[in-house]
Design a binder for this molecule. Structure first.
Ligand SMILES: [Zn+2]
Length: 156
């Protein structure tokens, strides 16, 4: 009995450690500063241009464009999707200079804050990590298409 408790404890410690390693980046709502990442995914509430609403999960790995959502939420390729903070319901695209983008705050493992700007057009793979007026990193196959816009007129 004691031995099995010990293994159970070891197992739960290993699980906790795995989650901890994954927590190196934090994703924060720019409006209410709530943490949007729960365990392994960044959580948003969304409304499509077709009027469908639901919860949508994104991978915290930059450049990974896998998306998780319930079957009841249908998203067409190329459709504009409004992203909202699930806590304060702020439209995360509201402050964006380009209506095709939304943004959250990324805090890295050293506590440094960046703006993470990402495409809200379904299927468009484009994410920019921004500090001040500079794009530090670009991710996604479609980033080149938008790079000049964000590179030349960064209005945040
Ligand atoms: Zn919020």
């Amino acid at each position: 009995m004691i031995l099995s408790d010990f293994f159970l404890l070891l197992f739960s410690l290993r699980k906790f450690q795995g989650i901890y390693i994954d927590m190196k980046n934090s994703y924060i709502c720019p409006s209410c500063r709530s943490h949007l990442k729960v365990v392994s995914h960044i959580t948003f509430s969304v409304i499509t241009s077709g009027g469908k609403a639901g919860l949508l999960l994104l991978s915290p790995e930059l450049g990974d464009y896998s998306v998780i959502y319930h079957d009841s939420l249908t998203i067409e390729e190329g459709e504009h999707v409004d992203f909202f903070c699930p806590v304060c319901h702020e439209n995360l695209g509201a402050k964006s200079a380009n209506p095709d983008f939304a943004e959250v705050i990324l805090i890295d493992e050293n506590g440094k804050e960046y703006r993470l700007v990402f495409s809200v057009i379904a299927g468009k793979k484009c994410t920019f990590k921004i500090a001040g007026n500079s794009i530090l990193e670009a991710f996604g196959d479609d980033a080149d298409e938008y790079f000049n816009f964000w590179g030349e007129t960064p209005k945040y």
